[in-house]
Ligand binder design. Structure first.
Ligand code: FES
Length: 105
């Protein structure tokens, strides 16, 4: 794959279940960026600034390829009673291949 000018990071596959739709996304982009690239709907009311929790997704595979959960994200997920497989799409940054889903895709 041709590298982007001035960019020396990775480009990774993000897969969305159950549709099987995929996005190719630049390293350290958010899961929300990938969802938008795939043109899938995603809940949000805080415009991606880690306040509402509506953008939560469940990681099916590749959780180790996402940025660590920050305290702010952890606090929101705790308030939502989310399980350990769930992340906020506006917070989680992509560092390798990952597969995610929601209850409404
Ligand atoms: S869009 Fe509001 S927390 Fe992610």
């Amino acid at each position: 794959m041709k590298a982007l000018d001035g960019f020396d990071g990775g480009i990774f596959n993000v897969r969305f279940e159950p549709s099987g739709r995929e996005a190719r996304i630049v390293e350290n982009s958010t899961l929300m960026d990938a969802v938008e690239q795939a043109m899938l709907p995603l809940g949000r009311s805080c415009d991606g600034v880690s306040l509402c929790g509506y953008c939560r997704v469940r990681v099916v595979a590749g959780a180790e390829n996402l940025s660590p959960v920050t305290q702010g994200e952890r606090d929101i997920l705790k308030g939502l009673r989310a399980n350990d497989a769930e992340r906020l799409a506006c917070c989680a940054r992509i560092q390798g291949p990952v597969t995610v889903t929601t209850s409404y895709w």
